[in-house]
Design a protein around this ligand. Structure first.
Ligand code: F6P
Length: 373
């Protein structure tokens, strides 16, 4: 019986369990393949107990569950694995061990669900002869070549609901509420979440902002009778000529963690503009919990396509979403690019036309004259 393995790499995203479930169901029920699960990303191939059979029973109740039953690892790059030898930390390339293990397991295909980092590793393993198929995942929606990644819709919902809740308390206290959202160098969560949650100011990495414009916008809003304002700021947002704020530096294995820009924006608005401001960092709430119905559908659809690619021996491909249909693109192409918000896209244009400030241009409307008593 032919066999495929499935692994989930990088940070988790809601919908990973839906992928695992769909892989097991399609491969087993329709194509008669055996499916193995790999624990903790590529690390599972280096662990004697890291690969195990996955049955229909194992995936019965996981469609709506967040996280991943397989575990994930964002330090699991077999081409640069951190080890301690003779008391010294060093990076070693253990990819040959991974390739050998895949051979000894007699795997006919490996399905890899991951973001840009994990898919880049999948590409390199493919070029070493591993029969890989990718499935793009990440709440950040920054994987090139797919209209959306699963996990993104759930994160946007989380962001929008958080903004919605902050409106009421902001209004009650006449405050500015700053909400810092995830997304690394991509502003998709903040743009879509900000639009859906009624933000007045949206700051994303793709459109550097000026602090002075934030102040002017809040002042104009106050002059027009709005006693509160909501600012959605992406963790990767940065002022013109400035850099993003790094919460934790990276190293040779992990990228730096972004975070902290919300505090800078909040402090500026309070101290320079004199408006009472509070800052909320939504953090990993955006990644946790049950996937939205859209993400369950997307994860299932892309996993189904990945299984078909594997069964048809079309390796080195990624299952992507194109105009609401599953399609395939070469891993080489997907891993070579990144996706970012186009500052000229419809969503930004519509937001600007509806009076939302991106921090780069002064607010479009002059203050209304104060009403005569
Ligand atoms: O890439 C997904 C993501 O949630 C980013 O939005 C965020 O910057 C990062 O992962 C957080 O990583 P960690 O879970 O390592 O703190």
């Amino acid at each position: 019986m032919p066999r495929m393995a499935v692994l989930t790499g990088g940070g988790d995203a809601p919908g990973l369990n839906a992928v695992i479930r769909a892989v097991v169901r399609s491969a087993t029920l329709t194509y008669g393949w055996e499916v193995l699960g790999v624990r903790d990303g590529y690390d599972g191939f280096l662990n004697p107990h890291g690969v195990f059979p996955l049955t229909l029973g194992d995936v019965e109740d996981i469609l709506a569950r967040g996280g991943t039953i397989l575990g994930a690892a964002n330090r699991g790059n077999p081409f640069a694995r951190k080890v301690v030898r003779a008391g010294k930390e060093m990076l070693v390339d253990v990819s040959d061990e991974v390739v050998a293990r895949i051979g000894s397991l007699r795997l006919d295909a490996v399905i890899v669900a991951g973001g840009d980092g994990t898919l880049g590793i999948a590409r390199d393993l493919f070029h070493k002869g591993v029969p890989v198929v990718g499935v793009p995942k990440t709440i950040d929606n920054d994987v090139w070549g797919t209209d959306a990644t699963f996990g993104f819709d759930t994160a946007v919902n989380c962001a929008a609901h958080a903004l919605e809740r902050l409106h009421t308390t902001a209004e009650a206290h006449h405050r500015v509420m700053v909400v810092e959202l995830m997304g690394r160098e991509a502003g998709f969560i903040t743009l879509y979440g900000g639009l859906a949650g009624g933000a007045d100011i949206i700051l994303i990495p793709e459109i550097p902002f000026r602090y002075q414009v934030l102040c002017e916008t809040v002042q104009v809003r106050i002059a027009r009778g709005h006693k509160s304002s909501i600012v959605a700021v992406a963790e990767g947002a940065r002022p013109e000529g400035g850099r993003e704020v790094i919460a934790r530096p990276g190293d040779a294995v992990v990228v730096p963690r972004l975070g902290g820009i919300g505090q800078f924006v909040g402090k500026y608005l309070e101290e320079t503009c004199g408006v009472e401001t509070r800052v909320t960092v939504l953090g990993h709430l955006q990644r946790g919990g049950s996937p939205s119905a859209f993400d369950r559908w997307l994860a299932t659809t892309l996993a189904g396509e990945a299984v078909r690619l594997a069964v048809n021996r079309q390796f080195g491909q990624v299952a992507v979403l194109r105009q609401m249909q599953a399609a395939a693109l070469p891993l080489d192409e997907v891993a070579a690019h990144v996706k970012r918000v186009d500052p000229e896209c419809d969503a930004v244009r519509t937001a600007r036309e509806s009076g939302i400030c991106f921090g780069d241009q002064a607010p479009p409307l002059p203050p209304l004259p104060s009403p005569t008593p």
